[in-house]
Design a protein around this ligand. Structure first.
Ligand code: SF4
Length: 85
């Protein structure tokens, strides 16, 4: 059986103490990314627009991978586990 490489989010692994405020958490993760790995606001917005209309999105969490949609959208190299973006 092929390994499912979408079952974890390496971004979450680099923040040790996750604050309750998802906005603060997201900002911290974004700043920790190398500049060339950061998606720009246009790319983030286009990804989140797709997530907003997706049945796997439950209150901002993707049930296909367990990541926050916002956080997953930040890294240019990340992909939607359902190949929607
Ligand atoms: S990452 Fe993909 S599967 Fe998950 S909520 Fe967004 S569009 Fe849906």
């Amino acid at each position: 059986m092929a390994e499912n490489r979408y079952n974890f989010c390496r971004l979450c692994e680099i923040v040790k103490d996750i604050p309750e405020d998802i906005g603060e958490y997201a900002d911290r993760l974004y700043r920790l990314l190398d500049e060339d790995e950061r998606a720009d606001s246009k790319l983030i917005d286009s990804r989140l627009k797709i997530c907003d209309a997706c049945e796997k999105n439950v209150q901002g969490t993707c049930l296909a991978c367990g990541c926050y949609c916002l956080v997953r959208s930040f890294a240019r190299s990340q992909h939607c586990p359902k190949k929607k973006w």
